[in-house]
Design a protein around this ligand. Structure first.
Ligand code: IPE
Ligand code: IPE
Ligand code: MG
Length: 253
């Protein structure tokens, strides 16, 4: 039996995280190490996206949320941004037949209107073509930042209050959550960041209030399915207390 299968067998199939979020970091450093351009690192990173999507489907993860391009990433050199935009459009088109075969539904989170016309149309096409799929939901965060979406949510609620449709006193946590791009999606159980940095970089700040965080030094293009299963095994060894005591959790109180 191969190493990957051995690890998969160690998983508790009843406690697979429902929602896994990932910060896909380390493409640039991976490329530099090989003496390539940063863009080659991004191209290689697409293979990892393919792998983790397949693995998530196979393991029965229901939601996989990937940080592909942040609001802050617009400040990168113009040619790197252009390559990333090109790659996003190219990859979604190439992957679409297999996504459909695997019953994967694409969902887009972020300020998608900022994405250039051509890749944006390809993203919309893939989203619409997979709208009927009932397997894994793949949330692609593009031109996304958490502060952006929380500000948008505040603006929307304020507009309704100003129009007299909403009493500010009645604004609840649920209402705020319902106005985020992740409305209707359960919070991530597990957040994985590759590339060695131990920071959140403006990602899902509201939604990860009680997520388990997993940081690995492995660069995104090198992130294997074995490492993914390691992260889930680590997650399964943690006790999620949500503010309660360990005794309460163990007694199912
Ligand atoms: C992550 O890899 C991909 C994006 C942010 C789009 P980086 O490009 O940030 O790689 P490093 O961190 O420079 O190695
Ligand atoms: C976070 O990676 C954003 C994505 C993975 C898309 P960065 O490489 O942009 O993060 P920082 O700026 O180093 O924190
Ligand atoms: Mg980085």
């Amino acid at each position: 039996m191969d190493q990957l299968q051995k690890k998969i067998d160690l998983l508790d199939k009843d406690r697979i995280p429902v929602h896994v979020a990932m910060i896909m970091d380390g493409n640039g450093r991976w490329a530099k190490k090989q003496g390539f351009n940063r863009s080659d690192g991004h191209a290689e990173g697409v293979s990892t996206v393919h792998r983790v999507t397949q693995m998530s489907s196979d393991l029965g993860v229901k939601y996989l949320t990937l940080y592909a391009f942040s609001t802050e990433n617009w400040n990168r050199p113009t040619d790197e941004v252009a390559t990333l935009m090109y790659l996003i459009g190219w990859a979604i088109e190439r992957e679409l037949p297999e996504l459909l075969r695997n019953n994967v539904r694409i969902h887009l989170l972020g300020d998608i209107e900022r994405i250039p016309e051509e890749p944006r149309q390809r993203l919309f096409y893939a989203r619409d073509a997979t709208a009927h799929c009932t397997g894994l939901q793949l949330n692609m965060c593009l031109s996304y930042s958490s502060r952006w979406e929380i500000t948008e949510a505040a603006r929307r609620l304020a507009r309704r209050a100003a129009a007299g449709e909403l009493d500010p006193e009645n604004i609840s946590e649920e209402m705020l959550a319902d106005n985020l791009t992740t409305a209707g999606i359960p919070d991530p159980d597990l957040l994985i960041r590759t590339g060695g940095e131990e920071r959140i970089s403006n990602y899902l700040l509201w939604q990860i209030a009680y997520s388990e965080l997993y940081f690995t030094p492995v660069l995104w293009p090198d992130f294997t399915n074995e490492e993914y299963v390691d992260a889930i095994l680590d997650y399964q060894n943690r006790e999620r207390r949500f503010g309660k005591t360990s005794e309460q959790v163990q007694n199912n109180e």
